[in-house]
Unconditional design. Sequence first.
Length: 152
Amino acid sequence: MPPIPHGDWKGRQFRYYGESNEHLHLVIIYGPRIQFDVYEMERDYFGWFVKYCVDLGSVGAAISQMMQRLSWDPMYYSFAILSLVREEKDDEDSFMVLHVPGKILRYNLGDKSFEKICDVGDAHCDGNGMIEDSLMYFWFHSFQYIEFVSCI
């Protein structure tokens, strides 16, 4: 496997690692950011390149619960990438499934639109209004659905 993309190790968070339509993707975020790149492994397995540039600012503006006041970080953007679905025929239709506090969203990587898929449990706050645990699910909790034509 090729080395991960270069960058400053300070504040680096691995937020997603997964495969879709025979393409391996990696998301690394530096600090509490809502703008980040989605890397894809090259076909020859010798490196990574930026496949998508993501800006979740429109999601944060529409869903205020995404920006949270945590005890260790007063300007924290709370979201988890559950899955990245790469459409082979039309790359503009590729999307990410995101978990933000209280909701699961579909974020279209082509036109940057988003829509709610479903509601999930609310955030858990302590007595001072600080969020203890706002996200219930992460990428390692999600699995691809594979439809079979016969019973297994």
